[in-house]
Ligand binder design. Structure first.
Ligand SMILES: Cc1cc2nc3c(=O)[nH]c(=O)nc-3n(C[C@H](O)[C@H](O)[C@H](O)COP(=O)(O)OP(=O)(O)OC[C@H]3O[C@@H](n4cnc5c(N)ncnc54)[C@H](O)[C@@H]3O)c2cc1C
Length: 386
């Protein structure tokens, strides 16, 4: 294996803490959370106590003052354990950066310390029933009325939607405009007029609470606006590079774990007087997956390095999400096959990983949207779809 060089010994010590946390608090309980369709608040509080939430938020706002490598470690270890329920990455590495980078001092002081302890759990509300890929076409409106915005509309597929105390909501402050009409607004979920619909029944990621959200004349103060009015689309585009890198890290790490479970299984499984590992088909298929994963691991580590310097652009981040999640799909499918019927049993982690992986080519921007971003960076733009 080409050695990984991005982490210091201090980071590796942090990894030990993360692994102990996962072994003690996550692994024994994940199946129960899958049945419940959500993760209890106690887990968030425990993670907060151990400094695992908002790792790279500055200490003055209650974070650990770490860097993105601390986040990467938590993301990797959760993915390796198949722990898709606790969505710490969404809270700490997708929503928190909007507050850190674009929030006012008051917003940072009010929310970040409680996000770091787990007292406040957050969600990101972008997708609507009418579509998620075409962000500029969203319909949820926040219209100004004096010192308040009045919000009306609906969101769907919102991770943490049932448990969140605070939403980072993407909505139209100018419904006639496309990109320039989009703003980002913080919405406390105890505001009158806000309600949550059903928890969506999904094929995988079952411990994640994924909800529909409704807004009927929800009033929030204008001080809840993040950045400037109409800047929401631009801010989203800035932060989506990190979101896509997060998905790429998850993709490679869960694929590596699945490959290891499969190696352990085929070495043990006996048939026709041999082990499953003795067959050339097994050896070659696993060798191919290993070679592809090795290349992706090196690529993703390079993307992390660039991101730490603020140099990872949206196109390369899209490429990292595209190729890692597509390989993840192939790894899970091929690895499941080696388990035979047991691969079809949810008692085996490979079956859950197979189902969980399917969302990775959809959530956080679909594979097709990633291809559009990459294509637009190298070809003339087309005004009509082909
Ligand atoms: C488990 C899960 C969790 C999620 N969590 C969140 C969350 O926390 N917050 C949130 O806001 N959203 C969340 N989402 C929503 C997710 O981001 C959207 O599902 C995704 O962006 C796609 O939007 P859509 O489902 O409306 O599909 P659509 O946008 O309707 O897309 C349908 C199909 O059209 C394709 N398509 C779109 N554009 C193009 C194009 N230009 N060229 C070719 N094909 C195209 C898509 O790739 C897709 O195959 C989550 C989704 C899932 C499944």
């Amino acid at each position: 294996m080409i050695p990984r060089t991005i982490f210091s010994s201090e980071h590796e010590a942090f990894r030990d803490t993360v692994r102990r946390f996962i072994e003690e608090y996550v692994v024994p309980n994940h199946a129960a959370w899958e049945k419940a369709g959500e993760v209890p608040r106690d887990l968030w509080l425990k993670a907060g106590e151990l400094g695992l939430l908002c790792c790279n938020v500055p200490e003055e706002y209650g974070g650990m003052g770490g860097d993105f490598l601390h986040s990467a470690i938590l993301i990797e270890e959760m993915a390796r354990a198949g722990a898709t329920g606790p969505t710490f990455y969404l809270h700490s590495d997708i929503v928190a950066p909007y507050l850190v980078d674009f929030g006012t001092e008051d917003q940072k002081q009010k929310w970040l310390p409680k996000m770091a302890t787990g007292e406040v759990v957050v969600a990101l509300g972008m997708t609507e029933p009418s579509g998620g890929s075409d962000v500029q076409a969203m319909r949820t409106q926040a219209l100004r009325d004096g010192d308040e915005y009045v919000i009306n509309g609906q969101k769907v597929w919102i991770t943490n939607g049932h448990t969140a105390d605070l939403l980072l909501l993407a909505c139209k402050t100018d419904p006639k405009a496309r990109a320039k009409g989009v703003s980002l607004i913080l919405v406390e979920t105890n505001r009158p007029g806000f309600s949550r619909g059903r928890k969506l029944e999904k094929i995988g990621c079952k411990a994640q609470d994924t909800a529909e959200l409704f807004f009927a004349d929800v009033r929030v103060p204008v001080t809840n606006l993040i950045g400037e009015e109409g800047s929401g689309f631009k801010l989203l585009m800035t932060q989506l590079a990190q979101e896509r890198l997060v998905q790429a890290i998850r993709g490679v790490s869960s694929s590596e774990a699945a490959l290891q479970w499969t190696i352990d299984y085929v070495v043990d499984r006996k048939m026709f007087g041999h082990t499953l590992a003795d067959f050339q088909n097994t050896r070659f298929k696993l060798a191919e997956l290993r070679a592809e994963l090795l290349a992706q691991r090196v690529f993703v580590d390079r993307c992390i390095e660039l991101h730490l310097k603020g140099e990872l652009d949206a196109t390369d981040a899209a490429a990292s999400k595209l190729i890692t999640t597509e390989l993840q799909g192939r790894v899970m499918d091929q690895c499941l096959q080696f388990f035979g019927g047991w691969g079809y049993s949810l008692e085996y982690p490979i079956a859950r990983a197979f189902l969980d992986a399917r969302m990775c080519r959809i959530g956080g921007g679909t594979a097709e949207v990633m291809k559009q971003i990459i294509a637009n960076s190298m070809l003339p733009k087309v005004s009509k779809p082909s």
